[in-house]
Design a binder for this molecule. Structure first.
Ligand SMILES: Cc1ncc(COP(=O)(O)O)c(C=O)c1O
Length: 385
């Protein structure tokens, strides 16, 4: 069996979810909202199942959805994408990532990755034969600079995998950061695979800037989105890939033999949803921001050192300044057992040299759930061993 997968340990996400069930805990570990998602979008999907097309749709995705994706990104991010040649629908961002990495990496290529990293990245890069080169990001700002990139990029760098906004830190990288990264991609002739699934979940008036919009990046970026994240319907697994025709052509070959297509009824509903008014998207952001403020404010009142949460469904606390002799994983295990709240230790997002003081909570939950968690968290900082 292939050791990349055979040797993968049980993930801390599974461990924490199991412990959450055992201890009947409020689960703020897993990153999904407890809201049912927009009813009109769900009704569209139901209608499409009953009255619509249920056979194989076009391999690149329903034309109406590809047009809706182009219109959506034109409106929200000022991008001009050709729905015929530059957009493909995939079964979630996860398939888009797998297909992109399989299609772009040649065995022996160096691949630049930013830690903390989403758990799917490393096994996929390794299975594609890539040689990971890490940029290690640290709290409180999780920023990268020229020296860090210079250390990670090599003459063999062909692919850079970049997640913005970044899960788990909730960092939103702006133009200056993107220009720096774009410069390295151009200099080293690398393609950037941009995981932008959190593009709509940004707060405090921020606007997501896609790396593909930076000078010289139109021809060397794969932009990945997820309807699951945009509409808080994480089980739908409808993703999008946008790339210049010479790249998309190759990605389509990988997609052809991974899933080939994505359920047409869900695609039809996503096409409808992407055309929803600005008000829908602004309200969604405002609601998540209110949850962030409620939960982060509560954590601060309890004495948790809360880090800036600029986007995503997550807020982090950094226990380093509290001088405790407990690492993030020990803290999380104690939290779930003694206080019945599940969270995720951020060290799980590092493949090497982890930060061991940061804990991630998902705040995309109802007020009552967040309040119950805060009540249980009172006293969690009292013990130091
Ligand atoms: C950074 C990142 N990439 C990809 C995904 C997976 O997206 P999808 O459910 O569309 O496959 C997630 C889900 O949490 C994520 O946080």
């Amino acid at each position: 069996m292939n050791p990349v997968f055979a040797d993968l340990p049980v993930s801390v996400f599974e461990v924490m979810s199991q412990l959450a069930r055992e201890h009947d805990a409020v689960n703020l570990g897993q990153g999904f909202p407890d809201d049912a998602g927009p009813e009109d979008v769900r009704r569209k999907a139901a209608e499409a199942v009953v009255s619509g097309w249920n056979q194989y749709p076009s391999m690149l995705g329903l034309p109406e959805l590809r047009q809706a994706i182009a219109a959506h990104y034109r409106h929200w991010q000022g991008l001009a994408l050709d729905p015929e040649r530059e957009i493909m629908v995939t079964s979630g961002a996860t398939e888009a990532l797998a297909g992109s990495l399989l299609a772009l990496i040649e065995p022996g290529d160096d691949v630049v990755l930013f830690q903390p990293l989403y758990d799917a990245y490393l096994p996929l890069v390794k299975r594609a034969g890539g040689n990971p080169r890490f940029v290690r990001l640290e709290p409180p700002d999780w920023r990268f600079d020229e020296a860090m990139l210079a250390k990670a990029f090599t003459e063999r760098t062909r692919v850079v995998l970049f997640n913005n906004p970044l899960n788990p830190s909730g960092t939103v990288y702006g133009r200056q950061d993107l220009e720096l990264l774009a410069r390295f991609c151009r200099t080293f002739d690398a393609i950037a695979v941009c995981d932008e699934v959190w593009e709509h979940v940004v707060f405090d008036g921020r606007r997501h800037v896609p790396l593909i919009a930076m000078p010289g990046m139109r021809e060397r970026c794969v932009k990945i989105g997820s309807a699951g994240k945009i509409f808080s319907l994480t089980g739908w697994k409808v993703g999008f890939v946008c790339a210049a025709p010479h790249i998309l052509r190759v990605l389509a070959k990988a997609h052809q033999f991974i899933t080939f297509t994505t359920p047409p009824n869900l695609q039809a509903a996503v096409a409808y949803g992407l055309a929803k008014s600005d008000d829908y998207f602004e309200t969604m952001r405002r609601d998540f921001q209110a949850s962030r403020d409620r939960f982060a404010g509560g954590l601060r009142e309890l004495g948790f050192p809360v880090l800036d949460a600029q986007g995503t469904y997550f807020v982090n606390v950094d226990l380093a300044s509290l001088g405790r002799n407990e690492d993030d994983e020990t803290f999380c295990r104690r939290l779930v057992a003694e206080h019945k709240v599940a969270a995720i230790p951020v060290s799980a997002f590092y493949a090497a040299d982890p930060i061991r003081s940061v804990v991630r909570f998902c705040f995309a939950k109802r007020d009552a759930t967040l309040d119950a968690a805060l009540e249980r968290l009172a006293g969690a900082l009292k013990r130091t061993s």
